[in-house]
Ligand binder design. Structure first.
Ligand SMILES: C[S@@+](CC[C@H](N)C(=O)[O-])C[C@H]1O[C@@H](n2cnc3c(N)ncnc32)[C@H](O)[C@@H]1O
Length: 244
C-alpha cells in the first residue's frame, strides 16, 4: 500500500490488524491485550503529575486505549490524536462505551510535524492552550519512519510542561540488541513491508530525546517482550529545538 498522509507514514495497520467493526467502535485485538498492563504502569506513574493533569495521546488508533485509561484515571483530562481522522468515530464510540467524560475531541496530529505545527494543531483542535503534563504513545515507533520518532520527541518537548512525562510503549532494540529471536524476525518482516519501518534502538531514542531536554527516567519491562520508556522534561529545559 502506498504511503499515506504528508508524513509518508503508511496506515496499512488499520486494514491489517482491525477485527472488523461493531458499529463505529473498531477493535484491534492487540490493544485489548496490552491495555491492562499499560494501565498498571500509568496508574503508578501518572498520578504523580497531580489531579487535573492533561494527557495527550499520540497515535490513538481505535481509541480502545484512551477510553480504558480515561475511565480508570478520571482525575486526568485526556486528549486523543492521530495522523488521520479515519478512526475518530471509533474513539468516540469506545469513549462513550467506557462512560469516560474526561476525553476531549480527538485532534489530527501527525508526529512528524515540527513543534510549532504540534502547538498550532493542538491549540486549534482542543481550543485550549497546548500544554500537557504527559504525552503517551503506544505502538507507533516501529511502524513509522524514524522521522516520526524524532517528531514525537520534538513535539512532546514543545507541549510538555516542565517536569512533564513522555511515555513510549512498544517493541524496541535494547541498546543495540534484540531481546528475542522473534523480535528480530518481526523487525525483519516490518522492514520487508516498508524499509522505513522497524524496531528503534533505545540508545538512539535516548540520545535524540536528550537533545530535546527529555531525560530517560525509566524503562519498564512489559509482557510479550515490549518495553515502556519514560522520559521527563527537565524543569530548566530549554524550549524544544527544531527536529533534526
Ligand atoms: C499500530 S496503531 C497503534 C494504535 C494504538 N496506539 C494502539 O497501540 O493500539 C498505529 C497508529 O499510528 C498512527 N500513525 C501512523 N503514523 C503516524 C504519525 N506519523 N503520526 C501520528 N500517528 C500516526 C496510525 O494512524 C495508527 O492509528
Amino acid at each position: 500500500m502506498a504511503d499515506g498522509g504528508s508524513s509518508g507514514a503508511s496506515y496499512r495497520w488499520q486494514s491489517t490488524f482491525l477485527d472488523g467493526s461493531a458499529g463505529a467502535a473498531q477493535v484491534a485485538p492487540s490493544a485489548d491485550n496490552n491495555k491492562g498492563p499499560i494501565l498498571e504502569v500509568l496508574r503508578r506513574r501518572l498520578p504523580a503529575l497531580g489531579a487535573g493533569g492533561r494527557v495527550l495521546e499520540v497515535a490513538s488508533g481505535t481509541g480502545q486505549h484512551v477510553a480504558h485509561f480515561a475511565a480508570a484515571l478520571p482525575g486526568l483530562e485526556w486528549t486523543p490524536s492521530d495522523a488521520t481522522p479515519e478512526l475518530f468515530p471509533s474513539i468516540a464510540a469506545h469513549t462513550a462505551a467506557a462512560g469516560a467524560t474526561n476525553v476531549a475531541r480527538p485532534v489530527v496530529l501527525d508526529a512528524t510535524w515540527p513543534p510549532e505545527q504540534w502547538r498550532r494543531a493542538l491549540q486549534e483542535g482542543s481550543g485550549a492552550e497546548a500544554v500537557f503534563n504527559a504525552v503517551v504513545v503506544a505502538n507507533l515507533t516501529h511502524i513509522s519512519p524514524w522521522r516520526a520518532t524524532l517528531g514525537l520527541l520534538g513535539g512532546a518537548a514543545a507541549v510538555l510542561a516542565p517536569g512533564g512525562r513522555l511515555a513510549i510503549y512498544g517493541p524496541f532494540k535494547l541498546r543495540g540488541a534484540f531481546t528475542t529471536a522473534s523480535n528480530r524476525a518481526f523487525h525483519e518482516r516490518l522492514l520487508a513491508s516498508n524499509p522505513e519501518w522497524g524496531y528503534r534502538d533505545t540508545a538512539d531514542i535516548e540520545e535524540a530525546a536528550s537533545r530535546q531536554g527529555l531525560a530517560l527516567v525509566a524503562v519498564e519491562d512489559m509482557p510479550a517482550n515490549n518495553h515502556y520508556l519514560w522520559f521527563e522534561k527537565g524543569s530548566n529545559a530549554a524550549p524544544a529545538a527544531a527536529n533534526v
